[in-house]
Design a protein around this ligand. Sequence first.
Ligand SMILES: *Cc1c(COP(=O)(O)O)cnc(C)c1O
Length: 480
Amino acid sequence: MELIFEKSRPGRSAGSIPASDVPAINIEDVIDRKYLRSGLDLPEVAEVDLIRHYTNLSRRNFGVDLGFYPLGSCTMKYNPKVNENAAALPGFTGLHPYADDELAQGNLQLMAQMQQYLCSIFGMAEFTLQPAAGAHGELTGIMMIKKYFEKKGEKRHRILIPDAAHGTNPASGALCGFETVTLCSNSEGGVDIDHLKSLMTEDVAALMLTNPNTLGLFERNIEEVSHIVHEKGGLLYADGANANAFLGITRPGDLGFDVIQLNLHKTFSTPHGGGGPGSGPVGVGPALVDYLPVPRIVKTDNSYRWSENYPDSIGRVRAFYGNFNVVVKAYAYIRSLGAQGLKRATQMAVLNANYIKEKLKPYFDLPYDRVCMHECVFSGSRQVAQSGVHTTDIAKRLIDFGYHPPTIYFPMIVPEALMIEPTETESKETLDAFCEAMITIAHEAQESPHRVKDAPLSTEVNRLDEVLAARKPDVAWKKQ
Ligand SMILES: *Cc1c(COP(=O)(O)O)cnc(C)c1O
């Protein structure tokens, strides 16, 4: 495929308008020369060529609007178009971030309401909408924890992180200067309580726990875990990336969590992938409220304003509106579903994951065979032993059947992991068809393993050198 620059012809443009009937002026007479640049190498194409170029490019990609996208841990749920309509309203898109508070009342009200909704859904005292994504929310949460102990005059150096955790958890701890210590999982896929007891000393600032965890399993001993951590004066951090497994069912605040980051782009149906933008609100219990980023929205009488007046705050973590349009989309999702709808979305997500788990169980190893939450984790170990077909081969073969592959090789405690998350938005027909494809591939792995090992067979390119493709992408690649 040609680059847009290769399609360029001098003088061609996307619009042709009648000759001007007012006298021409020299632009340098009205705009200071230093603001003007010339000789820019911009493509010159007709509108139709422009539209075709980008439409064709987009059709080479795969998205949730094209087909089933069961990427575990990432929650690629369908994004209702009403969210986009709401986010495109001119009052939202046109506001300048530095507009006076009086001119921004509607937007401030939406953010204040969103914070309240999140407080009541998650059982927290306050939320900030500032962080740009989940990992950024983690960093914000850990910065608050650090400041909390500094204020108390306690020197705590360590953060505990289960071996099933997402890589961003230890990264966030390390960025804040903590030593991160790995906490083992037990044979049921939960926290190893004895190991926690042995690690939980007064040198530990927090335990970062994902619940349900990245195996899709709810922590059965959460009350005990919370007790052990708090008894030693530590704080309990919730990685809320899997929140779509418990909306309306339970609340992290009630389970003992002191701080939680959300991923609006996972739980609340806003598009993500390809670098964002996301949104990673952070909710805190009473212990951490003073440390929230500034500015915060305050309501006086019937109006809203930004306030910087929080001396213990960790400061700003980002432009203070956060990724406002992502928040609007998530707000539209919450308002259009309502409390009952959110709960039902969770129930359907859990039902769908268990349906897939039960249907595929005879064909793939299931290391933790218990009721799962919103995702299930298989292992491709049986296929490796039988015919040398690896999980990556199974994932590539799924592309031939028209599906985006599930997450693979994560969590790392499951060898040859295949992590499938169907989301609540998929029908029984879609789940059945996906399971049929998986079962066909399981048979192929035994009977004609080369079909699987050579996959994908239906795409423009087959197996790429993935490291090279990421480091030196050849976007102008042409099929010979
Ligand atoms: C996705 C994810 C994160 C990181 O969130 P981003 O929004 O991608 O920065 C952290 N933890 C878990 C468990 C996740 O699934």
